[in-house]
Design a protein around this ligand. Structure first.
Ligand code: WTA
Length: 657
C-alpha cells in the first residue's frame, strides 16, 4: 500500500471564511434546462429511475431490461440493451434539422480552419469505418490513435465506435516509449497517426515518434498516416505494405457503413492514466452507461442548447476531450470548437480571438490556463469581443478563489456563471458540479454532486464527515463509471474498492464539506501528482529516473506551484563514483522526457547522499514533501537515521537559495 495519508492544505480554513456568493443570474435561470433545485431530491429518491429517464432520450436498437446490476464492485448498466454510440452522435442529427449544422469548427495553430457539418461528419466517419474494415479491423479489436488535435482524431474515434472496435487514444505529447507501452498493453492492431502537428510554431513529428514506438510493438499490422496539411506533407518514412496515407485510403472508401449493434456493456474505449505504481492503468469504459452519463451531464452542466457554440480547450488525448469535446457535445447535437495549438501562439490573445471569431457561448478550460491568463494580464482579453459567452467552466485541478474571481470578472464580464466540475478519467463523467441555473456559486468549490450521483467525505475509518475534511468517496454506482483496468482485474478492485468496502469507490482525492453541503476539493492524497491539470504518477517518474545508469535511487514528490498547481521535485542518489552536478541534473530531466514525455519533466532535481527511510526501508515521502514545500519537518522518530533528513533539508534550502 503506498503512503497515502491525507495532506489537507491549510488554505482551507481561509477558503471557508470567504462568504462571497454568486446566485444564478435571473436571465440565465429563466431559460435554463434546470431551474428547479427539486431535481436533486427527485434523483436521490430514485437514482435508477433518474438514469432510466435519461437513457430514454437516446436511440437504441433494443431497450434495456434492467437499469443496473450491481455486484460490488462490478456494475452493469442498461443490461440487455443494444445501442451504437455513433448513431446517437451523428445519424440521428443527420436525419433531422441538424443535418447541415456545424458539428466541428476546427482551427489549426498556423491559422488554417475547417468546418464539418453533421452530414460531413457522417460521411467522414462512415468512410473511415469502411477503411478500418478493409484493413481487417473487426469488432473488439483495439485501435491506437496518436494524433494532433485535428478533426481526424474525432473521426478516428467515432469510426472505431461505428464498427465496434475499441479505441485507445494516446496524447500526442507522450514519448515513443509511452506510446509503445500503451500499444503493447492493449495489443492494438492498428495505429492511426499523422505526419505531424503544430505546437508553438514547431512541428511535432508524430510519425517519427510512432516509428520508434512500433519497432517494439509487434501487434500493429497497419499504420494510417494523416497528412496534417493537405498538399504540404511533413517528410516521413512510409513503410510499404504497413503504412498507408489516410487521404489515399479515403479516396476509394464508400460512405455509409452499417453500425454494429453493440451490447450496452461492450467496451467503447481504453484510456491510460497514471496511478500509484510505475505502470499506467488502462481505464476501461463501456458503451451505454458511458453515453448516458456524458449525454446527461453535458446537457445539464453546460445547459447546452441548439444555438450554442461550445468550446472545451482540452486535448482529446485526455478524458476531458473524450467526454466533453467528442462524445458528450456530439450526442447533444452541439457545435463544437476545436483548436489545435497553444493559447499564446502567436500572441497571448489566441483563445479570445477564437471566442470572438466563432461567437463561442460556452467556454471550458483548466485552472492552470486561467492562472497563466492572469499572469499575462487583462489587456489580452480586453482587446476581443467576449460578450457572446454565457457560461464558463473549469476542470482538472482545484481552482483557487483568486483565479476564479479573475476568470469571472475578466472573461465573464462579471455577468455569467462558472461551473467548476470535479471528475476523473475513472468516473468518465462530471460528478461534482454546479447546475448553472440553480446553484449559488462559491469561488473554489465544485459545489454538489450531480443529481443521481452520491458522494461523501469519509474518515479513514469510513465514518461520514458531515462538516469538515477527509477523503472523497463515491457511495453509489454511476452509469459512466469505469468497468475495470484493462488486463488487470485485481488492480481494479484493489485500487478503488478496498479502502473502506467493496461498494464505496475511493477517488484518491481529499475534500471538505461545509455547512451547506458544498464540496471543496483539496487535491490528491495518494502518489499521484497533478501538474498543470495533467495526472502524473510519482512512481512513473521514479522508474524513469532509476532507469538512468548513474542513478541509484530516486524519490519524487509534488510541491505547490503558483502556475501549474503542482511542480515535480525529484530527490536522487547517484551511484558510486558518479559526479552529481548541474549537467547531470539536466541529463536526468531529459531522460525523463525521453521515457515519458515533456509533461513529466522534473522541475528540480536534488542530489542527496541518502534518502530518509523508515526502519523497514520505506522512503518517507511525507518528509520529502515537507522539505520541498519548505515546511517545518513533522515527526521523524520513525526514521532509521534521523540525521539524513536534517542534512537533506539544509542542502535543499541552500540550493533553493
Ligand atoms: C483533479 C480530469 C479539483 C482531481 C477530468 C482528480 C480536480 C484528478 C477537479 C483527475 C476540480 C479534476 N477540482 N480537482 N474541478 N477536476 N481534479 O483523471 O485530483 O485527468 O482526481 O481527469 O484531477 O484527473 P483526470
Amino acid at each position: 500500500m503506498p503512503d497515502s495519508s491525507p495532506q489537507l492544505p491549510a488554505e482551507l480554513a481561509a477558503l471557508l471564511k470567504e462568504d462571497r456568493r454568486f446566485p444564478p443570474p435571473p436571465w440565465f435561470s429563466t431559460t435554463a434546462h434546470v431551474a428547479d433545485a427539486g431535481v436533486y431530491e427527485r434523483a436521490a429518491a430514485d437514482p435508477e429511475g433518474f438514469w432510466d429517464e435519461w437513457a430514454r432520450e437516446l436511440e437504441w436498437y433494443r431497450p434495456w431490461e434492467r437499469v443496473l446490476d450491481w455486484t460490488p464492485p462490478h456494475a452493469k448498466w442498461f443490461v440487455g440493451g443494444q445501442i451504437n454510440v455513433t448513431v446517437n452522435c451523428i445519424d440521428r442529427h443527420v436525419r433531422g434539422a441538424r443535418r447541415n449544422k456545424a458539428a466541428i469548427i476546427w482551427e489549426g495553430e498556423p491559422g488554417d480552419h475547417r468546418t464539418l457539418t453533421y452530414f460531413d461528419l457522417y460521411r467522414e466517419v462512415t468512410s473511415f469505418a469502411n477503411v478500418l474494415k478493409s484493413l481487417g479491423v473487426a469488432r473488439g479489436d483495439r485501435v491506437a490513435i496518436y494524433l494532433p488535435l485535428i478533426p481526424e482524431l474525432a473521426v478516428a474515434m467515432l469510426a472505431s465506435a461505428r464498427i465496434g472496435a475499441v479505441h485507445s487514444v494516446v496524447f500526442g505529447g507522450f514519448s515513443a516509449e509511452s506510446l509503445r507501452d500503451r500499444i503493447n498493453d492493449a495489443q492494438a492492431a492498428v495505429l492511426i497517426t499523422a505526419d505531424g502537428g503544430y505546437r508553438r510554431g514547431q512541428i511535432v513529428p508524430l510519425k517519427r515518434t510512432a516509428d520508434e514506438a512500433i519497432r517494439e510493438a509487434p501487434s500493429i499490422r497497419h499504420v494510417i498516416v494523416v497528412q496534417r496539411q493537405a498538399g504540404a506533407p511533413i517528410p516521413v518514412h512510409i513503410q510499404e505494405g504497413r503504412d498507408h496515407w489516410y487521404h489515399r485510403l479515403m479516396e476509394d472508401a464508400p460512405s455509409g457503413c452499417e453500425p454494429e449493434r453493440m451490447d450496452a456493456e461492450d467496451m467503447l474505449y481504453i484510456l491510460y492514466t497514471s496511478g500509484t505504481t510505475g505502470k499506467p492503468k488502462g481505464i476501461v469504459h463501456t458503451t451505454a452507461g458511458y453515453l448516458v452519463g456524458i449525454y446527461a451531464t453535458t446537457k445539464w452542466v453546460f445547459d447546452l442548447r441548439d444555438e450554442d457554440v461550445y468550446w472545451c480547450t482540452a486535448d482529446i488525448g485526455w478524458v476531458t476531450g473524450h467526454s466533453y469535446v467528442v462524445y458528450g457535445p456530439l450526442a447533444n447535437g452541439a457545435t463544437v470548437v476545436m483548436y489545435e495549438g497553444a493559447p499564446d501562439w502567436p500572441e497571448k490573445d489566441r483563445f479570445w480571438r477564437i471566442v470572438e471569431r466563432y461567437g463561442v457561448t460556452i467556454f471550458y478550460t483548466a485552472p492552470t490556463a486561467i492562472r497563466a491568463f492572469m499572469r499575462w494580464g487583462t489587456d489580452w482579453p480586453k482587446r476581443c469581443k467576449l460578450d457572446s459567452l454565457r457560461l464558463l467552466g473549469t476542470v482538472g485541478e482545484p481552482i483557487n478563489p483568486e483565479a476564479w474571481i479573475w476568470y469571472y470578472a475578466n472573461i465573464g464580464g462579471s455577468r455569467i456563471p462558472i461551473v467548476d466540475t470535479w471528475w476523473q478519467t475513472e468516473t468518465g463523467m462530471i460528478m461534482i458540479t454546479p447546475l448553472p441555473g440553480v446553484t449559488t456559486l462559491k469561488p473554489g468549490s465544485a459545489t454538489r454532486p450531480f443529481p443521481g450521483v452520491s458522494a461523501a467525505v469519509l474518515t479513514t475509518a469510513g465514518d461520514r464527515v458531515e462538516v469538515g475534511g477527509g477523503l472523497l468517496a463515491i457511495t453509489r454506482p454511476w452509469p459512466a463509471m469505469l468497468r475495470g483496468i484493462y488486463g488487470d482485474p485485481e488492480r481494479y478492485v484493489r485500487q478503488y474498492w478496498t479502502r473502506w468496502n467493496d461498494s464505496t469507490y475511493f477517488t484518491g482525492d481529499g475534500a471538505k464539506v461545509d455547512e451547506d453541503g458544498y464540496f471543496w476539493l483539496l487535491g490528491r492524497v495518494d502518489d499521484v501528482l497533478n501538474v498543470a491539470g495533467h495526472r502524473i504518477g510519482t512512481m512513473e517518474v521514479e522508474s524513469a529516473l532509476v532507469d538512468h545508469p548513474r542513478v541509484a535511487e530516486a524519490a519524487v514528490v509534488g510541491r505547490s506551484h503558483e502556475l501549474k498547481g503542482q511542480a515535480i521535485a525529484a530527490f536522487v542518489t547517484v551511484k558510486e563514483g558518479t559526479q552529481a552536478n548541474p549537467a547531470l541534473a539536466d541529463e536526468l530531466k531529459e531522460h525523463v522526457v525521453h521515457k515519458i514525455g515533456a509533461i513529466a519533466r522534473p522541475d528540480e532535481i536534488l542530489f542527496a547522499a541518502d534518502l530518509p527511510k523508515t526502519r523497514s526501508g520505506k522512503i518517507m515521502r511525507r518528509l520529502l514533501r515537507d522539505i520541498a514545500e519548505g515546511k517545518t519537518l513533522g515527526d521523524t522518530t520513525t526514521l532509521a537515521d534521523p540525521a539524513v533528513v536534517a542534512k537533506l533539508k539544509e542542502k535543499y534550502e541552500e540550493e533553493a537559495g
